[in-house]
Design a protein around this ligand. Structure first.
Ligand code: FDA
Length: 338
Protein backbone atom coordinates (compact mmCIF):
# COMPACT_ATOMS: atom_id res chain seq x y z
CA UNK A 1 0.00 0.00 0.00
CA UNK A 2 3.00 2.30 0.44
CA UNK A 3 3.46 2.77 -3.31
CA UNK A 4 -0.02 4.24 -4.02
CA UNK A 5 0.26 6.47 -0.93
CA UNK A 6 3.58 7.85 -2.13
CA UNK A 7 2.21 8.37 -5.65
CA UNK A 8 -0.74 10.31 -4.17
CA UNK A 9 1.72 12.37 -2.12
CA UNK A 10 3.75 13.07 -5.27
CA UNK A 11 0.82 15.26 -6.51
CA UNK A 12 0.32 17.11 -3.19
CA UNK A 13 1.54 20.73 -3.13
CA UNK A 14 1.57 20.71 0.71
CA UNK A 15 3.80 17.65 0.84
CA UNK A 16 5.97 19.13 -1.90
CA UNK A 17 6.64 22.26 0.15
CA UNK A 18 7.33 20.29 3.32
CA UNK A 19 9.68 17.76 1.71
CA UNK A 20 11.50 20.16 -0.62
CA UNK A 21 12.30 22.66 2.08
CA UNK A 22 13.81 20.05 4.40
CA UNK A 23 17.57 20.45 4.01
CA UNK A 24 18.44 16.80 4.69
CA UNK A 25 15.99 15.52 2.09
CA UNK A 26 17.87 17.44 -0.56
CA UNK A 27 21.02 15.51 0.28
CA UNK A 28 19.27 12.15 0.04
CA UNK A 29 17.79 13.11 -3.33
CA UNK A 30 21.28 13.11 -4.86
CA UNK A 31 21.09 9.34 -5.10
CA UNK A 32 18.65 9.82 -8.00
CA UNK A 33 19.39 13.34 -9.24
CA UNK A 34 22.65 14.48 -10.85
CA UNK A 35 22.67 17.95 -9.26
CA UNK A 36 20.91 21.28 -9.47
CA UNK A 37 22.72 23.09 -12.28
CA UNK A 38 23.38 22.62 -15.99
CA UNK A 39 27.08 22.27 -15.17
CA UNK A 40 26.27 19.42 -12.76
CA UNK A 41 24.32 17.65 -15.50
CA UNK A 42 27.01 18.10 -18.15
CA UNK A 43 29.70 16.85 -15.73
CA UNK A 44 27.65 13.78 -14.76
CA UNK A 45 26.80 13.07 -18.42
CA UNK A 46 30.45 13.34 -19.44
CA UNK A 47 31.45 10.91 -16.70
CA UNK A 48 28.80 8.45 -17.88
CA UNK A 49 29.95 8.83 -21.50
CA UNK A 50 33.52 8.02 -20.44
CA UNK A 51 32.21 4.77 -18.95
CA UNK A 52 30.63 3.78 -22.28
CA UNK A 53 27.08 4.80 -21.40
CA UNK A 54 24.91 7.20 -23.37
CA UNK A 55 22.58 9.56 -21.53
CA UNK A 56 19.12 11.08 -21.77
CA UNK A 57 18.97 14.26 -19.72
CA UNK A 58 15.86 15.60 -18.04
CA UNK A 59 15.46 19.15 -16.76
CA UNK A 60 13.36 18.37 -13.70
CA UNK A 61 9.92 19.93 -13.54
CA UNK A 62 6.35 19.12 -14.50
CA UNK A 63 2.78 20.38 -14.29
CA UNK A 64 3.61 24.05 -14.86
CA UNK A 65 0.57 26.31 -14.73
CA UNK A 66 1.88 29.57 -16.19
CA UNK A 67 3.45 30.58 -19.46
CA UNK A 68 6.53 32.15 -17.86
CA UNK A 69 7.49 28.84 -16.19
CA UNK A 70 6.91 26.95 -19.44
CA UNK A 71 9.25 29.36 -21.24
CA UNK A 72 11.81 29.01 -18.48
CA UNK A 73 11.84 25.25 -18.98
CA UNK A 74 12.27 25.65 -22.73
CA UNK A 75 15.18 28.02 -22.13
CA UNK A 76 16.75 25.59 -19.66
CA UNK A 77 16.71 22.86 -22.33
CA UNK A 78 18.20 25.16 -24.96
CA UNK A 79 20.95 26.18 -22.53
CA UNK A 80 21.59 22.52 -21.69
CA UNK A 81 21.90 21.60 -25.37
CA UNK A 82 24.32 24.45 -25.98
CA UNK A 83 26.45 23.43 -22.98
CA UNK A 84 26.48 19.79 -24.08
CA UNK A 85 27.70 20.94 -27.47
CA UNK A 86 30.43 23.10 -25.87
CA UNK A 87 31.57 20.10 -23.82
CA UNK A 88 31.53 17.83 -26.91
CA UNK A 89 28.93 15.77 -25.07
CA UNK A 90 25.93 16.27 -27.34
CA UNK A 91 26.26 13.22 -29.60
CA UNK A 92 26.02 10.53 -26.90
CA UNK A 93 23.18 12.45 -25.25
CA UNK A 94 19.54 12.94 -25.87
CA UNK A 95 17.13 15.00 -23.82
CA UNK A 96 13.94 13.76 -22.19
CA UNK A 97 11.11 16.25 -22.10
CA UNK A 98 7.86 16.30 -20.10
CA UNK A 99 5.30 18.25 -22.08
CA UNK A 100 3.56 19.47 -18.91
CA UNK A 101 6.83 21.25 -18.08
CA UNK A 102 6.58 23.29 -21.29
CA UNK A 103 2.92 24.22 -21.06
CA UNK A 104 0.71 21.24 -21.98
CA UNK A 105 -1.68 21.99 -19.12
CA UNK A 106 -2.04 25.71 -19.67
CA UNK A 107 -5.71 26.57 -20.03
CA UNK A 108 -6.97 27.18 -23.55
CA UNK A 109 -4.06 26.56 -25.89
CA UNK A 110 -1.78 24.39 -23.76
CA UNK A 111 -1.26 21.80 -26.48
CA UNK A 112 -0.17 24.47 -29.00
CA UNK A 113 2.18 26.08 -26.48
CA UNK A 114 3.75 22.73 -25.61
CA UNK A 115 4.14 21.83 -29.29
CA UNK A 116 5.78 25.16 -30.05
CA UNK A 117 8.21 24.83 -27.12
CA UNK A 118 8.98 21.21 -28.01
CA UNK A 119 9.64 22.32 -31.59
CA UNK A 120 12.10 24.96 -30.39
CA UNK A 121 13.87 22.39 -28.23
CA UNK A 122 14.04 19.97 -31.18
CA UNK A 123 15.49 22.72 -33.38
CA UNK A 124 18.23 23.37 -30.80
CA UNK A 125 18.82 19.62 -30.43
CA UNK A 126 19.06 19.16 -34.19
CA UNK A 127 21.63 21.95 -34.43
CA UNK A 128 23.99 20.16 -32.03
CA UNK A 129 23.32 16.57 -33.15
CA UNK A 130 21.27 15.55 -30.10
CA UNK A 131 17.90 13.76 -29.97
CA UNK A 132 14.71 14.32 -28.01
CA UNK A 133 12.32 11.86 -26.35
CA UNK A 134 8.96 12.94 -24.94
CA UNK A 135 8.46 11.39 -21.53
CA UNK A 136 4.98 9.99 -20.91
CA UNK A 137 3.08 11.35 -17.92
CA UNK A 138 -0.28 10.30 -16.52
CA UNK A 139 -3.10 8.95 -18.72
CA UNK A 140 -4.64 12.41 -19.26
CA UNK A 141 -1.62 13.40 -21.31
CA UNK A 142 -1.23 10.32 -23.51
CA UNK A 143 -3.28 11.43 -26.55
CA UNK A 144 -1.62 14.87 -26.66
CA UNK A 145 1.86 13.48 -26.13
CA UNK A 146 1.48 10.91 -28.93
CA UNK A 147 -0.02 13.53 -31.27
CA UNK A 148 2.78 16.03 -30.54
CA UNK A 149 5.38 13.28 -31.01
CA UNK A 150 3.93 12.43 -34.44
CA UNK A 151 3.79 16.10 -35.41
CA UNK A 152 7.42 16.67 -34.34
CA UNK A 153 8.60 13.64 -36.32
CA UNK A 154 7.38 15.29 -39.55
CA UNK A 155 10.35 17.68 -39.20
CA UNK A 156 12.53 15.89 -36.64
CA UNK A 157 12.52 12.12 -37.26
CA UNK A 158 14.64 11.70 -34.10
CA UNK A 159 11.74 12.72 -31.80
CA UNK A 160 10.84 9.70 -29.68
CA UNK A 161 7.80 8.72 -27.61
CA UNK A 162 7.36 6.64 -24.47
CA UNK A 163 4.70 3.98 -23.98
CA UNK A 164 3.64 2.63 -20.58
CA UNK A 165 2.92 -1.10 -20.32
CA UNK A 166 0.54 -0.60 -17.38
CA UNK A 167 -1.98 1.25 -19.56
CA UNK A 168 -4.52 -1.05 -21.20
CA UNK A 169 -4.43 1.04 -24.40
CA UNK A 170 -0.70 0.57 -24.98
CA UNK A 171 -1.01 -2.58 -27.13
CA UNK A 172 -3.08 -0.54 -29.61
CA UNK A 173 -0.74 2.45 -29.41
CA UNK A 174 2.23 0.21 -30.12
CA UNK A 175 0.48 -1.38 -33.08
CA UNK A 176 -0.33 2.09 -34.46
CA UNK A 177 3.32 3.16 -34.17
CA UNK A 178 4.84 -0.11 -35.38
CA UNK A 179 5.47 1.00 -38.95
CA UNK A 180 6.48 4.58 -38.07
CA UNK A 181 10.16 3.82 -37.52
CA UNK A 182 10.03 6.04 -34.42
CA UNK A 183 12.29 5.75 -31.41
CA UNK A 184 10.03 4.20 -28.78
CA UNK A 185 10.89 3.83 -25.10
CA UNK A 186 8.90 1.10 -23.37
CA UNK A 187 8.42 1.52 -19.60
CA UNK A 188 6.24 -0.23 -17.04
CA UNK A 189 4.57 3.06 -15.99
CA UNK A 190 5.26 5.22 -12.96
CA UNK A 191 1.90 6.92 -12.37
CA UNK A 192 -1.08 5.93 -10.24
CA UNK A 193 -3.85 5.18 -12.72
CA UNK A 194 -7.50 4.08 -12.40
CA UNK A 195 -8.28 0.37 -12.64
CA UNK A 196 -10.45 0.76 -15.74
CA UNK A 197 -7.52 2.25 -17.65
CA UNK A 198 -4.53 0.45 -16.22
CA UNK A 199 -3.39 -2.92 -14.95
CA UNK A 200 -2.90 -2.76 -11.20
CA UNK A 201 -1.15 -6.05 -10.44
CA UNK A 202 2.57 -6.46 -11.01
CA UNK A 203 2.18 -9.75 -12.88
CA UNK A 204 -0.32 -8.14 -15.29
CA UNK A 205 2.02 -5.19 -15.94
CA UNK A 206 4.95 -7.56 -16.45
CA UNK A 207 2.95 -9.63 -18.94
CA UNK A 208 1.97 -6.46 -20.83
CA UNK A 209 5.61 -5.37 -20.80
CA UNK A 210 6.65 -8.74 -22.27
CA UNK A 211 4.09 -8.37 -25.04
CA UNK A 212 5.30 -4.82 -25.64
CA UNK A 213 8.89 -6.03 -26.03
CA UNK A 214 7.82 -8.63 -28.60
CA UNK A 215 5.82 -6.11 -30.64
CA UNK A 216 8.52 -3.46 -30.48
CA UNK A 217 11.35 -5.79 -31.45
CA UNK A 218 9.33 -7.06 -34.42
CA UNK A 219 8.42 -3.54 -35.54
CA UNK A 220 10.23 -0.94 -37.65
CA UNK A 221 10.79 1.22 -34.56
CA UNK A 222 14.02 1.69 -32.63
CA UNK A 223 13.30 -0.06 -29.28
CA UNK A 224 14.46 1.61 -26.07
CA UNK A 225 13.87 -0.95 -23.35
CA UNK A 226 13.67 1.09 -20.15
CA UNK A 227 13.65 -1.18 -17.13
CA UNK A 228 15.88 -2.45 -14.33
CA UNK A 229 14.10 -5.79 -14.30
CA UNK A 230 16.60 -8.54 -15.29
CA UNK A 231 13.79 -10.86 -16.39
CA UNK A 232 12.54 -8.27 -18.88
CA UNK A 233 16.07 -7.48 -20.02
CA UNK A 234 16.71 -11.12 -20.83
CA UNK A 235 13.37 -11.30 -22.59
CA UNK A 236 14.39 -8.26 -24.66
CA UNK A 237 17.73 -9.80 -25.58
CA UNK A 238 16.07 -13.04 -26.70
CA UNK A 239 13.39 -11.18 -28.69
CA UNK A 240 16.00 -8.96 -30.35
CA UNK A 241 17.95 -12.03 -31.47
CA UNK A 242 14.80 -13.67 -32.77
CA UNK A 243 13.90 -10.51 -34.70
CA UNK A 244 17.39 -10.42 -36.22
CA UNK A 245 18.42 -7.24 -34.42
CA UNK A 246 22.09 -6.72 -33.68
CA UNK A 247 23.30 -5.30 -30.34
CA UNK A 248 23.22 -1.73 -31.69
CA UNK A 249 19.74 -1.98 -33.21
CA UNK A 250 18.13 -1.39 -29.83
CA UNK A 251 19.14 -0.15 -26.39
CA UNK A 252 18.56 -0.57 -22.68
CA UNK A 253 17.77 2.48 -20.57
CA UNK A 254 17.99 2.82 -16.80
CA UNK A 255 17.52 5.59 -14.28
CA UNK A 256 20.48 7.43 -12.79
CA UNK A 257 21.61 5.79 -9.57
CA UNK A 258 20.02 2.39 -10.26
CA UNK A 259 21.41 -0.84 -11.68
CA UNK A 260 25.04 0.09 -12.48
CA UNK A 261 26.20 -3.52 -12.30
CA UNK A 262 23.56 -4.68 -14.73
CA UNK A 263 24.59 -1.87 -17.05
CA UNK A 264 28.21 -3.05 -16.88
CA UNK A 265 27.14 -6.58 -17.91
CA UNK A 266 25.20 -5.25 -20.86
CA UNK A 267 28.10 -3.05 -21.98
CA UNK A 268 30.52 -5.95 -21.61
CA UNK A 269 28.32 -8.07 -23.89
CA UNK A 270 28.40 -5.35 -26.57
CA UNK A 271 24.96 -3.90 -25.84
CA UNK A 272 23.93 -0.26 -25.64
CA UNK A 273 23.05 1.43 -22.36
CA UNK A 274 21.56 4.87 -21.87
CA UNK A 275 21.14 6.43 -18.42
CA UNK A 276 18.23 8.76 -17.68
CA UNK A 277 19.89 11.70 -15.96
CA UNK A 278 17.63 14.22 -14.21
CA UNK A 279 18.88 17.51 -12.81
CA UNK A 280 17.42 20.70 -11.38
CA UNK A 281 15.75 21.99 -8.27
CA UNK A 282 12.21 20.76 -8.96
CA UNK A 283 12.90 17.17 -8.01
CA UNK A 284 9.94 16.42 -5.73
CA UNK A 285 7.62 14.53 -8.12
CA UNK A 286 10.48 12.56 -9.67
CA UNK A 287 11.91 11.63 -6.27
CA UNK A 288 8.55 10.50 -4.86
CA UNK A 289 7.96 8.24 -7.87
CA UNK A 290 11.36 6.60 -7.23
CA UNK A 291 10.38 5.98 -3.60
CA UNK A 292 7.03 4.55 -4.70
CA UNK A 293 8.67 2.09 -7.09
CA UNK A 294 10.68 0.41 -4.41
CA UNK A 295 9.68 0.42 -0.74
CA UNK A 296 13.32 -0.32 0.20
CA UNK A 297 14.11 3.21 -1.01
CA UNK A 298 11.91 4.60 1.74
CA UNK A 299 14.02 2.75 4.31
CA UNK A 300 17.17 4.11 2.64
CA UNK A 301 15.67 7.59 2.74
CA UNK A 302 14.69 7.35 6.41
CA UNK A 303 18.04 5.86 7.42
CA UNK A 304 19.94 8.62 5.63
CA UNK A 305 17.71 11.26 7.19
CA UNK A 306 18.26 9.75 10.63
CA UNK A 307 22.02 9.82 10.10
CA UNK A 308 21.84 13.28 8.53
CA UNK A 309 23.98 12.16 5.63
CA UNK A 310 24.05 10.73 2.08
CA UNK A 311 26.86 12.40 0.30
CA UNK A 312 26.05 14.24 -2.92
CA UNK A 313 28.77 12.12 -4.58
CA UNK A 314 27.16 8.80 -3.58
CA UNK A 315 25.40 8.32 -6.87
CA UNK A 316 27.97 9.70 -9.25
CA UNK A 317 29.23 7.11 -11.71
CA UNK A 318 32.88 8.16 -11.50
CA UNK A 319 33.61 5.60 -8.79
CA UNK A 320 33.78 1.83 -9.22
CA UNK A 321 30.32 0.24 -8.91
CA UNK A 322 29.70 -1.41 -5.57
CA UNK A 323 27.31 -4.12 -4.39
CA UNK A 324 24.99 -1.48 -3.00
CA UNK A 325 24.34 -0.30 -6.57
CA UNK A 326 22.56 -3.54 -7.31
CA UNK A 327 18.85 -3.13 -8.08
CA UNK A 328 18.12 -5.17 -4.96
CA UNK A 329 16.72 -8.57 -4.14
CA UNK A 330 16.04 -9.71 -7.70
CA UNK A 331 16.48 -13.40 -8.48
CA UNK A 332 19.03 -13.17 -11.26
CA UNK A 333 20.95 -16.41 -10.67
CA UNK A 334 22.00 -17.68 -14.07
CA UNK A 335 20.49 -14.79 -16.04
CA UNK A 336 22.71 -13.06 -18.55
CA UNK A 337 22.45 -9.61 -16.98
CA UNK A 338 23.66 -9.36 -13.41
P1 FDA B 1 10.15 -3.05 -11.48
O1 FDA B 1 9.43 -1.93 -10.81
O2 FDA B 1 9.48 -4.37 -11.57
O3 FDA B 1 11.56 -3.18 -10.82
C1 FDA B 1 12.49 -4.21 -11.15
C2 FDA B 1 13.67 -4.07 -10.20
O4 FDA B 1 14.38 -2.87 -10.50
C3 FDA B 1 13.22 -3.90 -8.75
O5 FDA B 1 13.06 -5.14 -8.12
C4 FDA B 1 14.38 -3.12 -8.16
O6 FDA B 1 15.43 -3.99 -7.86
C5 FDA B 1 14.82 -2.24 -9.31
N1 FDA B 1 14.17 -0.93 -9.18
C6 FDA B 1 13.06 -0.50 -9.82
N2 FDA B 1 12.77 0.77 -9.45
C7 FDA B 1 13.71 1.12 -8.55
C8 FDA B 1 13.96 2.30 -7.81
N3 FDA B 1 13.17 3.37 -7.91
N4 FDA B 1 15.03 2.32 -6.98
C9 FDA B 1 15.85 1.25 -6.88
N5 FDA B 1 15.68 0.10 -7.56
C10 FDA B 1 14.62 0.04 -8.39
N6 FDA B 1 7.70 6.01 -16.40
C11 FDA B 1 6.70 6.72 -16.97
O7 FDA B 1 5.55 6.57 -16.59
N7 FDA B 1 6.98 7.61 -17.97
C12 FDA B 1 8.23 7.78 -18.47
O8 FDA B 1 8.43 8.59 -19.38
C13 FDA B 1 9.29 7.03 -17.88
N8 FDA B 1 10.58 7.15 -18.32
C14 FDA B 1 11.54 6.29 -17.86
C15 FDA B 1 12.82 6.29 -18.42
C16 FDA B 1 13.74 5.33 -18.03
C17 FDA B 1 15.11 5.33 -18.67
C18 FDA B 1 13.41 4.36 -17.05
C19 FDA B 1 14.36 3.29 -16.64
C20 FDA B 1 12.17 4.39 -16.47
C21 FDA B 1 11.23 5.34 -16.84
N9 FDA B 1 9.97 5.37 -16.25
C22 FDA B 1 8.98 6.14 -16.83
C23 FDA B 1 9.71 4.65 -14.98
C24 FDA B 1 9.09 3.28 -15.23
O9 FDA B 1 7.77 3.42 -15.64
C25 FDA B 1 9.13 2.42 -13.94
O10 FDA B 1 8.37 3.05 -12.96
C26 FDA B 1 10.53 2.18 -13.40
O11 FDA B 1 11.44 1.93 -14.41
C27 FDA B 1 10.55 0.96 -12.43
O12 FDA B 1 10.13 -0.18 -13.11
P2 FDA B 1 11.11 -1.36 -13.62
O13 FDA B 1 10.84 -1.51 -15.07
O14 FDA B 1 12.50 -1.11 -13.26
O15 FDA B 1 10.52 -2.67 -12.98
Amino acid sequence: MLGPTLLRASRSPRMRNAVQSYRLTRKVVTRFVAGETTDDAVAAASALHRSGRATTIDVLGEDVTDLASARQTRDAYVKLLYRLHQASAAAPSEVSLKLTAVGLQLPGNGEDVALQHAREICTAADAVGCRVTLDMEDHNTVDSTLAIGAELRRTFPFAGNVLQANLRRTGDDLAALASSGARIRLVKGAYREPRELAFQRKNEVDEAYRQGITTLMGSRCYPMIATHDPVMLNEARACAELAGRGPTDWEVQMLYGIGQQTQDSILASGGRVRVYLPFGTDWYGYFMRRLAERPANVAFFLRALAKGQASPRDALPTRAPSRSDSPGPVAIGSQLYR
